[in-house]
Ligand binder design. Structure first.
Ligand SMILES: [Zn+2]
Length: 271
């Protein structure tokens, strides 16, 4: 191999590694469940910019989904219609309950008639949950980002574009809890959300995507009909409805990466 052709070859290896463009598409009958957190501009030097999809990029994604005839459903609708889903079904999900879901995401969703399921943490103000997964993530970065008040959550519900899902009281790391504490976090958070917002809660998201078989059983026993993880992928709904994988939408991805993820659910080599 001549050194002259090495740079393009290296470029091709990098490109292939980064995007996994060669992967075949997952059957379009299998719904894509997208995982978002914030629709917000990046912060200089911040650790968690991957969680912040800039509004301009979010609009481009919604525009593309609409132009390519994707059908927007909530998780409850997905379960209800799962025997007769149209091809190209997409469920947008937001985790945690950031204020920008109302200020930045909702106007765009209304413009494109999109829908979403919001997995809302109940104790979400001044709660630095990132330290529950990694102790050294203690800069308070995510705790400082404003969260929705209950009144603002009600506005989202009244818009008709949002439904709520459970995400525990405190964004708990379930791995660290005993069974009584787990029931309080999983089951009681469902009833609290239902009473506070006068709505039905049927879907659950495991905080940090951390769960055991025991947790899956508790979610079932608590009356949820489905649950999502943070594992990357696209599932056939004939499999378990309580460990559904999602397509991670990263604030660090460019638009091409988004279209590839919609196709195969994962990025590059990574799972
Ligand atoms: Zn979360």
């Amino acid at each position: 191999m001549s050194w002259l052709i090495l740079p393009p070859a290296l470029w091709l290896i990098w490109f292939t590694h980064r995007y996994g463009w060669w992967r075949t598409a997952v059957n379009y009958h299998q719904p894509r469940i997208l995982m978002y957190h914030q629709i917000a501009e990046h912060q200089d030097g911040a650790r968690f910019n991957g969680l912040r999809v800039p509004p301009e990029m979010f609009e481009k994604q919604l525009q593309w989904l609409t132009a390519n005839k994707w059908t927007f459903l909530t998780m409850a609708e997905l379960v209800e219609k799962r025997q007769q889903l149209p091809d190209k079904t997409v469920v947008i999900t937001f985790d945690d309950g950031y204020l920008d879901n109302l200020t930045n995401a909702l106007p765009l969703m209304q413009k494109y008639q999109a829908k979403a399921t919001l997995y809302l943490v109940i104790d979400r103000h001044d709660n630095d949950w990132s330290t529950k997964k990694k102790k050294h993530h203690d800069s308070g970065e995510l705790a400082r980002d404003p969260k929705l008040t209950d009144q603002q959550v009600s506005e989202l519900l009244e818009s008709g574009c949002f439904e709520l899902g459970g995400h525990t009281h405190s964004h708990a790391n379930l791995k660290c809890l005993n069974p009584t504490q787990k029931i309080a976090e999983i089951k009681h958070s469902k009833t609290t959300l239902e009473e506070t917002f006068n709505t039905q809660i049927t879907s659950f998201a495991y905080p940090f995507g951390i769960y055991t078989d025991e947790d899956v059983d508790l979610v079932k026993q608590s009356g949820y009909t489905n649950a999502v993880t943070t594992d990357a992928g696209i599932d056939d709904l004939a499999q378990s409805m309580f460990t559904l994988r999602r397509v991670k939408i990263s604030g660090k991805d460019n638009f091409y990466a988004f279209t590839l993820r919609m196709k195969n659910g994962i990025r590059g080599w990574s799972k």
